[in-house]
Write a protein that binds this ligand. Structure first.
Ligand code: HAM
Length: 419
């Protein structure tokens, strides 16, 4: 019996990792020019971190976490997201001492035991930022526009940025009460899961995917009407900054997001080009989280984005074409020995991307490989050539051939690669 990978978890093969690495490199420089430093936290954390941060009634905590008891009795969990670990590390290492405004970014794996489908895996990769220290709307505008600019810069089409404000915990509590009042007249129409949420966390009902419930929600009071004057002014200022930055957005009063830590601004970026799992990224403010985890009362905002969804939006199912500079064809022991030496020189002395066949294939098959790899040049070394101490260099675009002494072949590519 063959052993296969776990459901919802995938291998990334060389034709995919190439794309990934390119995107990761772009992200590293993008975050760096914005003054964000990279943080790498462990894949496993104490279960209580996520329970406390994400919320006991959320889907993630109730049914999606990979949690188990370690041999020493500790309850541990594969991280379902990276905000909680980042804030834990921020507090643990007193990062606020180094800088009043701590700007961090990450690229790493996350794990959620969801039903797998296109764009939804059980192991996936997130990149994101956490800006910890500023309570001001300019920080919101920076984080939101950064997220938007990444997708624009990478040429993703049909982007929709939606924003909302859920206010402080006090405003959320006031609103929850009103929402419950409104929903009470529909209680027999609510699904079992919403009935449970009605008791424990009514705001989560706004996130429903159930068509009948969406209709009910449309008539619900707006959370924006329950914000304090200051909270509303903060939200308006965020909108003014986004307008000034030319970052287009729609306000969606139902955007409460699936994690409990949000206060004030929330946002999501979607696209219709990747199927039903259309959320490219999501984020928002979490002004109470640092304190809730034992740190000082420090406000923060951030976002996280799915790498797989970004890669899908960029490339569809396209595979990147391979391209090499030189392919060395060889036949016979002496020719192979010379080919190995030439490849080594071209790579180590000149950094040229060069291949040769290591399976003793026929010349015809080696030429096929060179064509498939779009080689600019091939070097041909057969027995005749070895006897004459030469190799043939063929320019694949013009078809021109020249005979060159074996020990000087690499020098020809020095010139070729300089051209
Ligand atoms: P989230 O909305 O749960 O937020 O996840 C952010 C993004 O991760 C989603 O928009 C999606 O692109 C991707 N994602 C989530 N689950 C999956 C999955 N099962 N398969 C593939 N991609 C997935 C957070 O995680 C928050 N920590 C964001 C945040 C950062 N808020 C403040 N700072």
């Amino acid at each position: 019996m063959k052993i296969q990978s776990i459901k919802g978890m995938y291998d990334l093969l060389p034709n995919q990792t190439k794309n990934w690495r390119q995107i990761e490199n772009i992200l590293h420089s993008f975050f760096s020019v914005h003054g964000y430093g990279e943080i790498r936290t462990p894949n496993i954390e104490q279960t209580k971190l996520f329970k406390r941060v994400i919320g006991d009634e959320t889907d993630i905590v109730t049914k999606e976490m990979y949690s188990w008891e370690d041999r020493n009795g500790d309850n541990i969990t594969l991280r379902p997201e990276l905000t909680a670990p980042t804030v834990r590390a921020f507090i643990e290492h007193n990062l606020e001492k180094l800088n009043k405004n701590t700007k961090l970014y990450y690229i790493g794996s996350a794990f959620r035991r969801e039903r797998p489908q296109k764009g939804r895996q059980r192991q996936f990769s997130q990149f994101g930022v956490e800006a910890i220290g500023s309570e001001f709307p300019e920080q919101d505008a920076e984080v939101i526009s950064m997220a938007y600019n990444i997708y624009e810069m990478l040429g993703i089409e049909n982007l929709e940025l939606v924003i909302n404000s859920v206010g402080s915990n006090a405003s959320k509590a006031k609103y929850s009460k009103e929402l419950k009042k409104y929903l009470s007249s529909y209680s027999n129409k609510l699904s079992d899961i919403s009935k449970k949420r009605y008791q424990n966390n009514p705001l989560r009902i706004l996130d429903t995917k159930d068509k009948d419930e969406i209709k009910i929600i449309e008539g619900a009071p707006s959370i924006l009407d329950f914000l304090s004057k200051e909270e509303l002014e903060h939200f308006n200022q965020v909108k003014r900054y986004l307008d000034k930055l030319g970052t287009p957005y729609n306000v969606d009063k139902g955007l409460v997001r699936g994690l409990d830590y949000y206060t004030m601004t929330t946002f999501e970026i979607r696209t219709d080009s990747i199927g039903s799992q259309d959320a490219l990224c999501g984020g928002g403010r979490y002004n109470n989280l640092v304190e809730q985890l034992g740190g000082k009362p420090i406000p923060a905002i951030g976002f996280a984005a799915g790498m797989e969804r970004l890669v899908m939006a960029i490339s569809g199912d396209e595979e990147a074409e391979e391209k090499v500079d030189v392919f060395v064809l060889s036949m016979g022991d002496l020719a192979i020995m010379n080919a190995l030496k030439i490849c080594d020189k071209l790579r180590s002395q000149l950094g040229i991307n060069v291949r040769m066949d290591l399976s003793r294939s026929s010349f015809k098959s080696q030429m096929r490989q060179a064509n498939k790899l779009n080689a600019d040049y091939v070097v041909i070394i057969g027995e005749d050539e070895v006897n004459k101490n030469i190799g043939i260099i063929k320019d694949m675009s013009s078809g021109n051939q020249s005979e060159v002494a074996l020990d000087t072949i690499h020098k020809n590519f020095d010139i070729a690669s300089d051209e």
